[in-house]
Design a binder for this molecule. Structure first.
Ligand SMILES: [Zn+2]
Length: 431
């Protein structure tokens, strides 16, 4: 089981990898054929699921396989042999087929990839799809969000969201839970998706014992995230990060998302600070007079087990600070566009060598949870070269590593889980 004990082992050795014990997750092989249509709709979903009792190994043949193993080329006329939910061999059909005895499934003219990983979502907000204003800026967006029934979980909408994740080839999420972490973990566990659910620390109170409720799951774990530098007290952030470090689990935080955050940190006038203080928040807030990334580094929040989300408002020096810390950055391009906060310097992030992920963020700030659509948006708006491999790494290998699942997901290699996605036409056409 992916219990904390095994997760700890996974994280301690070479950041977030090399577990002593593996998952004993549901032994199934799943392939998600995703077909995105005109940017925002996913229309075709076929999955093959094999039971754990499956005796015979199975060979999947595909025109191409992008294994995402570092530096490995895309395999033409690929074959992947899986048994009981685990990848056993990866190679060409010509090499593997002659000595194979078992079931052969020919997937035809498709490109197989590792199942996708959405590094940042808020499934609690699944019922707010289409309810919050687009492009009006962060303050208007938050004011509107706060008038919504944010804590009214809607099971039907949650089911729809989970189904949407699967339909678009997503096999794992890094999900932020403000109030319902255990429920979210329960929903995800039942769905068969892998997950890291982050309990979100917000406000001024450090819990007496732990940020993270007890719970052991077959397909994921609970961890802790700070909401932000301006809504979570610095001592709470330090304590949350310390607990994550002590447990060797990933930590996450929204960082440098919008101009208001920069202004609040710098002690400049801020409409957003006024809004928060009118609600009784941050009344004794002392601005550090630093940029957000500087402050996060100062508080000791950035290291190899931190996932910093957004990182839109950053200087060249900030990018270097994050790069040197070893932290991973999750870009949420469509969420930033939806809210109207501007766009992260994607090109500089990529050039810096910082590990990058993609996240859809919540349905209060995005149109859907389709990670392929996020990738299409990034590629179309990227200024300069962004290779297929670089783009795919953001939704496979990199998030697997930072979410502690690098030993099981993220690449197509022997020993990893046999959960695959197929590349939709909307992506293939771009390369
Ligand atoms: Zn978020």
């Amino acid at each position: 089981m992916w219990k904390r004990s095994s997760f700890r082992a996974m994280v301690v050795a070479s950041p977030l990898s090399a577990p002593e014990k593996g998952w004993t997750v549901t032994r199934k092989t799943a392939i998600y054929h995703s077909q995105s249509v005109r940017g925002h709709v996913t229309s075709k979903y076929v999955s093959y699921e094999r039971s754990r009792e499956q005796r015979m190994p199975e060979l999947f043949r595909a025109a191409k396989a992008a294994t995402m193993t570092p530096d490995a080329p895309v395999i033409e006329d690929a074959a992947i042999i899986a048994h009981q939910g685990i990848i056993r061999e990866v190679g060409t059909y010509r090499d593997l087929a002659p000595s194979f005895s078992g079931t052969i499934t020919d997937l035809g003219d498709i490109t197989l990839t590792p199942g996708l990983i959405n590094a940042h979502s808020h499934l609690e907000l699944a019922h707010l799809r289409g309810k919050c204003p687009q492009g009006a800026g962060f303050v208007t967006w938050v004011e509107n969000l706060l008038q919504q029934p944010i804590f009214d979980l809607d099971e039907d909408e949650l089911d729809k969201a989970v189904d949407e994740l699967k339909r678009s080839g997503t096999v794992m999420v890094g999900d932020i839970a403000t109030r319902f972490a255990k429920q979210m973990a329960g929903v995800l566990e039942a769905s068969g998706l892998f997950f890291a659910v982050f309990v979100e620390a917000i406000g001024e109170t450090i819990p007496k014992k732990t940020f993270i409720p007890k719970g052991e799951y077959e397909n994921g774990l609970l961890s802790v995230a700070g909401h932000s530098l301006y809504t979570t007290h610095r001592d709470v952030l330090r304590a949350a990060k310390a607990e994550a470090t002590q447990r060797s689990i990933p930590f996450s935080i929204h960082l440098a998302e919008h101009d208001e955050e920069v202004a609040i940190m710098a002690d400049r006038e801020s409409e957003f600070l006024d809004l928060l203080q009118a609600r009784g928040r941050l009344l004794d807030f002392v601005a550090p007079q630093k940029r957000p990334v500087e402050q996060a580094a100062e508080l000791g929040l950035l290291d190899e087990t931190t996932l910093a989300v957004h990182c839109v408002k950053v200087t060249d020096e900030d990018i270097q600070t994050v790069r040197d810390s070893g932290a991973t950055v999750c870009l949420c391009p469509r969420s930033n566009e939806y809210i109207g906060v501007g766009r992260a310097p994607w090109e500089k992030w990529l050039a810096s060598g910082t590990p990058l992920c993609l996240g859809t963020d919540s349905l209060a700030s995005n149109y859907d949870l389709d990670l392929w659509n996020e990738a299409v948006y990034l590629k179309k708006n990227f200024d300069g070269e962004l290779s297929f491999e670089q783009l795919l790494a953001m939704v496979t290998r990199n998030p697997a590593n930072i979410l502690g699942a690098g030993q099981y997901l993220g690449t197509l290699e022997p020993g990893k889980r046999a959960v695959f996605a197929t590349v939709p036409d909307t992506i293939s056409q771009l390369f």
